[in-house]
Every structure is written in structure tokens, then in C-alpha cells.
Design a protein around this ligand. Structure first.
Ligand code: NAD
Ligand code: MN
Length: 365
């Protein structure tokens, strides 16, 4: 039988509660939707680990990921707000060392997930380029005749833009294949997949111009994309405006690193609690599912963290590793629990525990 080995890196705070919850859900999958045998490897990382051992992302963890694992789930890290000598964020290190060049963030409204309780059909997938743009962190401080000034470099390459574009178009097609598995009467999605290319090339004609041309080139050069996917462009400022006015108009959105960071945090606000929003860090040969939220020290250790973001991140991991039916089963079980509304953690106004929500999802699998 096939097998799938998943590295589990709970790291800090509520990561230690929501990652075991996600594991429990994966283990509850029925064999008709999950044909592969699952195994798990527990791995260390995080700020607490750094405080004890002087390293935040140990070599053994990297070696195990590269050696035994087909993918991983990462919880959250408590990054200190002051500079600590020798410390650097393990998730940032992981993205670099495993070449996870795109951050993929679905933003989906469920009936129970919005603050108003009103049902909206938001179903966006934001692809954020994960390796360059302003995040190369080449900044300089200068002294000029009128005082100090600072300059930041922004790198946009054909290579990184092409990879992000490929990811966007291929995921648009993959989402479409997933949708076909849902009965037509239950589909809330638009019929044809669409990719929105975000840029600001009216101002940054060289950098964003290269981004736009390259992503457009990926589309133009692939017949499967041209046949199966529509493409549009949106300047980043009007992207934000439209996203708040008519979020249901978007499907896959692809953006350079900094715009993608801002858009995806903004989009998460459209669907309620941080405790609901998953992500995946994706490369060509590896994927790390990661809830968008942090380590939430204010609620850690109380069994009240919402496990849904981590559970959905586990489903994204399955989706990327070729187990779409299993992923879909998890998405639907979570939606049902949210729609029923009785079992909710306090961030959604309920009184249930992390374990209650996890067990409710498992019962529906
Ligand atoms: P946070 O996401 O940890 O928490 C923000 C607020 O949302 C808190 O009130 C928290 O209780 C709540 N919240 C978050 N996740 C929740 C969940 N699953 N269920 C219920 N409530 C939830 O952000 P923060 O407070 O700004 O940061 C705390 C620590 O996490 C910091 O050290 C920060 O650096 C780190 N952080 C890490 C990541 C990451 O690992 N990718 C992301 C953001 C913040
Ligand atoms: Mn952010």
C-alpha cells in the first residue's frame, strides 16, 4: 500500500495543542477517502527549544524532513519582539532551506465563520511569492544634506515570478478538479477558474513590469492554462478595494511577496477569526502546512485554541501530496461543524474546547 509520512513540528504555545488536533483528524480519515497509510514523525523547533538548546531549527529536524517525510505541519512560533543573539525564526529558515517558494493561503467563508453570521461565498486562494521582493532585506541608511534617508532594494526576478505564476495557474486547474468532486447542486463556486495577477506596474514599471510580463508569459506559453483558466490583472490598491467590496469576485490571486503579505492578512479579516485560516508553504518537492495564526500566549495551555486553522492546513497538505478526496472530506467535515454552530471555541463566541471541536470533526469523517 502507499504511505505518507508527515513531520509534525508543533513548536511553541498553542502549536502544541492544534498540531496534535490536526493529527487526530488525519488519523480519523476513513480508508475509502485516504488510501495511503499515514505515519508521523515528531520534530523539534521553536523559541522554547532555542532557549533550552541554543538553536531554533535543529539539524535533526531538517534531516528528518529531507529524509523521511513527504510533507510537514508546522504549529506556530513565539518570536521575541526584541532581538535575541543567535536566534532566527525557524519557519523563515524552513522556507529557505526547503525552497518553499510560494505561500498559499485560501480564504473561505463558511456560514458560521463571518462576524455577521451572513452567508457569503468567498472562496479565494492567494498565492504569495515567498523568496524575494522587499524581503531580501537590503536596506541602507544614509546621511544627506537634509537629514537621514533610508533606501530599500526590491528584487523581482523572472525565475521567481515564473515559479509563482506556474503555481497560480496549476492550482487554479487543481481547484477546479476538486470542485468537480462536489455535487453540482452544492457548488457555490464560479464555473470557470480565474487567476488575478496583482501588481503596480503603472508606478513600478521595471520591477512590477517584469513580474506582470513574466506571469502573463507563463499563461501565454501553456495551452492547458489558456483553455482552462481566465486571467485578469488588478493594481494592488484597487485589488484591496475590490476585495472588500466584492470578495466573491476572486478565485486565485497571485502577488509579489509584499503585496501578497498585505492582501492575505486583509483577506483573513473577511472571514472572521484567525483561528480559521490555514496556509501552506509550497515548493516543487515539499509542502509545509501552517495555520496563519501565531502561538497565542494569551490562551496557550487552556485547551481553548481553535484547531480549525491547523486542521485545514493538514487538508492542504493532503491536497498538495495527491490526496484530494481526503482533503475534501476534511474541508467538508469542518464546514459542517461550523455551519451547525453548536460546537465552537471562544474566538467564535462559543464555549467549547479544542478537543470538542476536534472530536466533532472526527465524528463526521
Ligand atoms: P497570534 O496569532 O498568536 O494571536 C493574536 C490573537 O488571536 C490572540 O488574541 C490570540 O489568542 C488569538 N488567536 C490566534 N490563534 C488563535 C486560535 N487558533 N484560536 C483562538 N484564538 C486565536 O498573534 P500575536 O499575539 O501577535 O503573536 C503571538 C506570538 O506569535 C508572537 O511571539 C509572534 O511573533 C508569534 N507569531 C508567529 C507566527 C507564526 O508562527 N507564523 C505568526 C504570527 C505571530
Ligand atoms: Mn503577514
Amino acid at each position: 500500500a502507499k504511505s505518507l509520512t508527515i513531520g509534525l513540528i508543533p513548536a511553541d504555545g498553542i502549536g502544541r495543542e492544534v498540531i496534535p488536533a490536526a493529527r487526530q483528524v488525519l488519523e480519523a480519515l476513513a480508508s475509502d477517502v485516504m488510501p495511503a497509510r499515514l505515519s508521523f514523525v515528531d520534530l523539534d523547533a521553536g523559541f522554547e527549544y532555542f532557549q533550552k538548546h541554543g538553536v531554533a531549527l535543529p539539524e535533526q529536524t531538517l534531516a528528518a524532513l529531507k529524509g523521511d517525510c513527504d510533507g510537514a505541519l508546522f504549529g506556530a512560533v513565539s518570536s521575541p519582539s526584541h532581538k535575541v543573539a543567535g536566534y532566527s525564526s525557524p519557519i523563515v529558515g524552513l522556507r529557505k532551506k526547503m525552497d518553499l517558494y510560494a505561500n498559499v493561503r485560501p480564504v473561505i467563508s463558511g456560514a458560521a465563520a463571518t462576524a455577521s453570521g451572513e452567508k457569503r461565498a468567498i472562496d479565494m486562494l492567494i498565492i504569495r511569492e515567498n523568496t524575494e521582493c522587499l524581503y531580501i532585506k537590503e536596506e541602507e541608511l544614509h546621511e544627506g544634506p537634509d537629514g537621514k534617508y533610508a533606501v530599500a532594494k526590491r528584487r523581482i526576478s523572472e525565475f521567481a515570478s515564473r515559479r509563482a505564476g506556474e503555481m497560480a495557474f496549476s492550482m487554479a486547474l487543481q481547484r477546479d478538479r476538486m470542485r468537480q468532486q462536489v455535487a453540482a447542486s452544492e457548488r457555490t463556486w464560479k464555473a470557470r477558474p480565474k487567476v488575478t495577477i496583482v501588481h503596480k506596474s503603472n508606478v513600478l514599471s521595471v520591477t512590477d513590469g517584469l513580474w506582470r510580463e513574466t506571469v502573463r508569459g507563463v499563461y501565454a506559453g501553456n495551452a492547458e492554462y489558456r483553455e482552462g483558466v481566465d486571467v485578469e490583472e488588478q493594481l494592488v490598491d484597487s485589488m484591496v478595494y475590490r476585495m472588500f467590496r466584492e470578495p466573491e469576485a476572486f478565485d486565485v490571486v497571485v502577488a509579489p511577496n509584499m503585496y501578497g503579505d498585505i492582501i492575505s492578512d486583509g483577506a483573513a479579516a473577511l472571514v472572521g477569526s484567525l483561528g480559521l485560516v490555514p496556509s501552506a508553504n509550497v515548493g516543487d518537492s515539499f509542502v509545509v502546512g501552517e495555520p496563519v495564526h501565531g502561538s497565542a500566549p494569551d490562551i496557550a495551555g487552556k485547551n481553548i485554541a481553535n484547531p480549525i486553522a491547523a486542521i485545514r492546513s493538514a487538508a492542504m497538505l493532503l491536497e498538495r501530496t495527491g490526496y484530494a478526496s481526503a482533503a475534501l472530506a476534511i474541508y467538508r467535515a469542518v464546514d459542517k461543524v461550523l455551519e451547525a454552530g453548536q460546537i465552537r471555541t471562544p474566538d467564535l463566541g462559543g464555549k467549547s474546547t479544542t478537543s470538542d471541536v476536534t472530536e466533532a470533526v472526527c465524528r463526521l469523517l
